[in-house]
Design a binder for this molecule. Structure first.
Ligand SMILES: *Cc1c(COP(=O)(O)O)cnc(C)c1O
Length: 352
């Protein structure tokens, strides 16, 4: 499928600045917009990045009927542009949309929108190893309606921006024992807007207390680890990578899935099982817990140095040849085209 292109007449691109990592975290010149009405997606266009018209009574503004994805395109060491695992991001968007009572997102529309935006804004894709072109597909209820009901009109937009991760050094996290991000039967597995609004206050409280992020625990007992901020979490326990199993309260991270695959490939044992806060405190004391790290598209694999548990800070040792470092390196080698891609994760994009 070829989406028609309206090019901007006032480009903001400074390609040299993007490549040098000096133009980062700003929208690129174009975006893709499509509309859903009368039971079908239509009017898909690549167009200049600009504000969009929205009725004040749009359903999304009141009832948060909106979902998003976060994914990346990379500039390889061979200068080839590659998108990471678009099929898995599409499948997850579909799941999120279903939970939010939204229509199907055709695979072909999603794929073309992602790849054409990268092709048109190719000059905005920075070099690695930390930088990438962040892609933000999202869908929202654009229908104007007075009163609560699921919308029948939606807008799909894909935005992009050259991006550098937020966390450079080791993160600190605070175990959350009061607020919850997700509860069974709820929307934790969906990337829907409301989940992130609900997390803002507890996250701000953790930051005010000197931590970078919250470590969410289960809704019923607050004794078991779930996720950290908007990333999945893993611990290294007796040399094995331990991460909570997927459920309706845990987001099925594409990076999590990739890291599990690569860990097995590297001969690291993987255990997807419940992990209690007690196991972590005891494990840090007796030396069996050696690492913790967040796993997600934005931060890739981000080492955690400190965990605040009920007012006590537990420091994790700095390990040479860390599991986190090895996983990040092997993930980057595939993303930046330094090694073969045996899993078919990357799709190449020709500039337009
Ligand atoms: C997006 C997200 C993740 C990470 O998913 P990736 O696909 O790896 O980026 C983890 N947890 C939450 C709550 C998220 O929103």
């Amino acid at each position: 499928m070829q989406i028609p292109i309206d090019r901007t007449t006032s480009p903001r691109l400074d390609h040299e600045a993007v490549l040098a990592g000096k133009l980062t975290n700003v929208p690129s010149d174009h975006m893709v917009v499509a509309e859903y009405a009368h039971g079908e997606w239509r009017k898909a266009r690549v167009q200049p990045y600009r504000p969009i018209p929205l009725a004040p009574f749009s359903i999304v503004l009141h009832y948060a009927q909106t979902v998003f994805e976060g994914m990346k395109a990379y500039r390889g060491v061979d200068d080839v542009l590659r998108v990471f695992r678009w099929q898995k991001h599409h499948a997850r968007l579909q799941k999120s949309m279903h939970r939010m009572c939204m229509p199907e997102m055709p695979e072909e529309l999603f794929k073309s929108a992602i790849h054409e935006l990268v092709a048109v804004d190719h000059g905005w894709v920075p070099r690695g190893p930390d930088s990438a072109y962040y892609l933000r597909p999202f869908v929202f209820a654009s229908e104007e309606h007075v009163g609560l009901k699921p919308a029948e009109q939606f807008t799909f937009i894909v935005l992009g921006a050259p991006f550098r991760p937020l966390f450079k050094s080791r993160m600190s996290i605070k175990v959350e024992r009061e607020y919850v991000r997700a509860s069974p039967g709820g929307t934790g597995f969906a990337k829907c807007g409301g989940n992130y609004a609900a997390a803002m206050l507890p996250t701000k409280m953790a930051k005010d207390a000197g931590y970078d992020q919250v470590l969410w625990t289960d809704a019923h007992t607050h004794t078991h680890v779930e996720e950290s901020g908007a990333t999945n979490i893993a611990f290294v326990v007796k040399g094995a990578l331990v991460t909570p199993p997927l459920s309706d309260t845990i987001l099925d991270g594409v990076t999590r899935d990739s890291v599990i695959t690569l860990a097995r490939e590297l001969g690291i044992e993987v255990q997807e099982r419940p992990l209690s806060i007690d196991e972590i405190t005891h494990g840090i004391h007796d030396g069996s817990v050696t690492e913790a790290f967040g796993i997600g598209t934005a931060a890739s694999v981000a080492a955690i140095g400190k965990i605040g548990i009920d007012g006590v800070d537990y420091e994790l040792p700095v390990v040479a040849e860390s599991v986190a470092g090895r996983l990040r390196d092997s993930l980057n080698a595939i993303r930046f085209g330094q090694v073969a891609d045996p899993y078919g994760w990357m799709t190449t994009v020709d500039p337009l």
